[in-house]
Ligand binder design. Structure first.
Ligand code: GDP
Ligand code: MN
Length: 391
């Protein structure tokens, strides 16, 4: 789960990670009032969306007067920002963060991720941070240092110093400040079950402070049950309405950009189904795992969610009845097809418990269902049907 920069910074402050003072604004007037309250004579108006690359897309602007704050807020609020992380459709800005400005001496990069190869939480840091970090990673990867944390020892002062020296700091006081910063970030990452913590840029100010100018935190969705305070930061406007609705019914649904709707039980089978559709030259419109314990009602719900996607030209139901019985699925399919007056071709492949009964229910219905014998047969039939639908 993702949160906004202003929320990430609130959390960081709880872990003694220095940030600038800022205030959230939803309107232009609020933005101006925020700047007034913060005081000073330089502010930064920042778009709050769940994506990076805002600076380059015009979503981060420096203001040197309240009039400029007003002008920038007007410009950014309501705008759809397209960055390298939003996809071509972009993201609409509904919230701003107005921050006090600072004089930057240097921009560094700091990140924490779980390295799955080593199984260790690993710091990445670079002397060259800021909006060009992708170029640094591509052209001069040696400028990004990596330091893994031994899970038994945890964060040690040694790691902090290694990182600080690694990004080129020499002054004793600064090394100490940076080491504390990294320690705080590690503590936050572990205690809040993050999957990513990224500070880009981490800055050294002209006044000699080390602080987080930007902050991106990502949380492990499987650990949210023990962090209601993080769950409360969820912004539904940033998430797909269909995915949220599916979640309420215990369905795992991920929207994709193809035209073949998939209704499958089990994540592994769902992945396999996407693969085989691609192998036969088709493009899946979604990943959908209805789970092991689905009922007639959840199957109906699953259909209605798939059908909300106008790109869907054919649907493949691929069920292996283990815990879930094929006849229950068949009844769910029938109920859904009737109540939603299904118009796209439906290809069904059933296997497993009560398969004969399931097939009988489908065959005896007056629905136009294309039965498939096995997965390859199902994939070739659904790809063909989707092609006809596009024609
Ligand atoms: P991102 O592009 O989405 O990663 O947004 P950032 O928050 O990283 O902002 C992009 C760039 O704006 C930073 O790399 C800084 O160069 C600049 N910036 C952000 N905040 C400030 C600030 O308070 N003062 C100054 N001078 N520049 C800032
Ligand atoms: Mn950034």
């Amino acid at each position: 789960m993702n949160v906004h920069e202003y929320q990430a910074k609130q959390l960081m402050r709880e872990f003694n990670i220095s940030t600038l003072n800022g205030k959230v604004a939803k309107t232009v007037d609020e933005a101006v009032a925020a700047a007034k309250e913060l005081g000073g004579n330089v502010w930064v108006v920042k778009a709050q969306i769940h994506a990076g690359g805002r600076g380059k897309a015009g979503g981060v602007k420096l203001a040197k007067s309240l009039d400029e704050v007003k002008a920038h807020a007007k410009d950014i609020l309501g705008k759809t920002l397209v960055t390298h992380q939003t996809g071509p459709e972009g993201k609409k800005v509904l919230t701003l963060l107005v921050e006090e400005g600072c004089e930057i001496e240097h921009e560094y990069y700091a990140g924490l991720v779980l390295d799955r190869n080593t199984g260790r939480v690993t710091f990445m840091a670079s002397i060259e941070g800021g909006v060009e970090i992708e170029t640094v990673a591509e052209e001069t990867p040696e400028k990004i240092i990596k330091v893994a944390v031994d899970p038994a020892a945890g964060f040690t002062p040694f790691i902090g110093r290694k990182l600080a020296y690694g990004i080129g700091l020499k002054d004793k006081e600064l090394v100490k400040k940076a080491a504390n910063f990294f320690g705080g970030l590690y503590k936050l990452y572990m205690e809040k079950d993050c999957t990513i913590a990224e500070i880009n840029p981490l800055v050294l100010t002209k006044g000699g402070d080390i602080l987080a100018l930007d902050g991106k935190l990502n949380f492990d969705a499987n650990a949210l049950f023990r962090h209601p305070e993080i769950e409360a930061l969820r912004d539904p406007t940033e998430e797909s309405a269909k995915e949220l609705e599916a979640d309420k019914f215990g369905l795992s649904y991920i929207e994709l950009d193809g035209n073949i709707g998939c209704l499958v039980n089990g994540a592994g089978l769902a992945m396999g189904t996407l693969d085989i559709i691609s192998l036969f030259g088709g493009k899946p419109a979604n990943f959908l795992d209805v789970g092991g314990g689905a009922t007639k009602e959840t199957v109906e719900k699953a259909f209605s969610i798939i059908l909300q996607d106008e790109n869907v030209k054919a649907i493949l139901v691929n069920i292996f009845g283990g815990i879930m019985k094929c006849d229950i699925i068949a009844e769910g399919v029938l109920a859904a097809a009737k109540s939603l007056s299904l118009k796209v071709p439906l290809i069904v492949r059933l296997e497993g418990t009560n398969v004969a009964l399931g097939k009988k229910i489908l065959n005896e219905s007056d629905l136009d269902i294309i039965a498939a014998d096995d997965l390859a047969d199902a994939a070739s039939k659904v790809v063909e049907a989707a092609k006809k639908g596009e024609a």
